[in-house]
Design a binder for this molecule. Structure first.
Ligand SMILES: C[S@@+](CC[C@H](N)C(=O)[O-])C[C@H]1O[C@@H](n2cnc3c(N)ncnc32)[C@H](O)[C@@H]1O
Length: 177
């Protein structure tokens, strides 16, 4: 897939959520992960990150927004259930993006929103879990930027396997926990 992306959260407090974001980011091919002003408990990711994802993608732990340093040209995309946010299904993902999620309790801070190039929302009736939101956004990026055969008009998959081009090589089996 062209481009790259990173995934991170502001004021995240639960190690289970951070572990899930890292593992899912690793699975979807994130180039880096980051936290901003994370609660110290969130650092206990070894309790939850069963794929040891922190060994495979760099995790930047910034104490505050002022420390955040994204690669040149990397767009910060805020993800929040906010009335002014763009609906994710109508959003064109930047080639180089860092997706920023809010904390388990509360929203993205006004200061972080002000730094975002885009603000997107998943059109749900209410907030979903942070790591679930991260998985949805990464999946949306993959299906909209990856090279897959168009969906057929009729139920089912494309007519033959040669029309089906997975992201990179053969699909892999699920990693063991
Ligand atoms: C559990 S939610 C935050 C709690 C929520 N603000 C509340 O108090 O009801 C954690 C984060 O997940 C992301 N999130 C969850 N549902 C979302 C949605 N439907 N659209 C966009 N982001 C969402 C946002 O980044 C949010 O800050």
């Amino acid at each position: 897939m062209r481009g790259y992306f990173g995934v991170g959260a502001e004021r995240i407090s639960k190690p289970l959520n951070l572990g899930a974001v890292l593992r899912t980011g690793h699975a979807f091919g994130a180039s880096f992960a980051f936290t901003i002003a994370a609660h110290h408990k969130a650092q206990l990711i070894h309790l939850s990150d069963t794929a040891k994802s922190a060994l495979h993608i760099p995790l930047y732990e910034w104490a505050g927004l002022e420390e955040m340093k994204l690669p040149r040209g990397c767009a910060l995309v805020g993800v929040e259930l906010d009335p002014v946010a763009i609906d994710l299904p109508s959003f064109r993902h930047p080639l180089n993006a860092a997706y920023l999620f809010g904390p388990e309790k509360g929203d993205l801070s006004p200061e972080s929103k002000a730094l975002c190039t885009h603000l997107v929302k998943i059109p749900t009736r209410f907030c979903v879990n942070l790591s679930v939101a991260a998985a949805i956004v990464m999946y949306d990026r993959m299906i909209s930027m990856g090279r897959f055969a168009d969906r057929p008009v009729r139920t089912g998959g494309p007519p033959s396997e040669k029309d089906w081009a997975p992201l990179s090589g053969r699909p892999r089996l699920c990693e063991k926990n």
